[in-house]
Ligand binder design. Sequence first.
Ligand code: ASP
Length: 336
Amino acid sequence: MKRRNFIEKIALSGIALSTVTGCHEVVKKETDGLTDLKTKKKPVVVSTWNHGLPANAETWKQLKAGKSALDAIEAGMKIPEADPNIRSVGYGGYPDREGKVTLDACIMDHNSNCGSVSFLEGIMHPISVAKRVLENTPHVMLSGEGALQFALSEGFKVQNLLTPESEKDWKKWLEASKYKPVINIENHDTISMLMIDDDGNLAGGCTTSGAAWKMHGRVGDSPIIGAGLFLDNEVGAAAATGLGEAVIRTAGSAMVVELMRQGKSPFEACKEITERIYNKHKNHKDMAYLQVGFIALNKNGEHAGYSLRSGFNYAVCDDEKGNRMEDAQFKMTWDK
Ligand code: ASP
């Protein structure tokens, strides 16, 4: 990269040159690009929605106890997965139209190692199975029956994940909808988590029961590396929540990371891809109930969230301010 371009990229990303530690060193190593920027803030953990708070808290505890980034992410994401009151993740998640709870999850580390499971039934902690795919198989993604067989071979136990409350809601939905593929606006609440650790390395994870009342066999964006989650350790990390079909159509998280590579801040990158999704969908049948939200975290520990419609928030944990919720900015409110 030419020096001028590099300096422009730093300026574009909102980082004042005077605040870059070792500015001369950065200029000397300009051919290495953005990897030369010194990390300002670490560790930082960012997760989607309110259930990100307890997840962040657990992840933070594990990190401070010296656990690896992936172990800490797994531990944090197991909290909402095991919570029957969270109807969009793991145990207690809303089922598909057949009344079956099917789960999607993925995890990724700073060396671009990935593990993913999709359309997995009967396993309380899909994030843990995804991590085992990363660690113990030559593959990135296992799905359905194969994912279940793998989970069993790794010692996971089958459990009934459909709680009486979710079953009741499903039966009610069946009556009212007459089995039509209506998606309501409140059934998207995947937990995605991004992290920069003490060493300045990025990692991320994502786990969900997917869209409520989906067709049996439907897989959303959440287990797809590049759609629901993506990171490049030289640049930053991004993750999505919302209507998975729209995120997949636009390779959402990968695109957010690419924009950060080009010098955009996490906020600018999330906003631009959300607007791209809006432009591609404004005349689409999905538009009436379309919601998507992104979170992004760059190598400096800067983070942002942005959503198409109002109502999206995310949890942030760092040493400076502790664990708290931040409201994401959005393009429009629900009535528009
Ligand atoms: N993105 C998820 C999916 O489409 C849903 C969600 O975010 O809750 O499966």
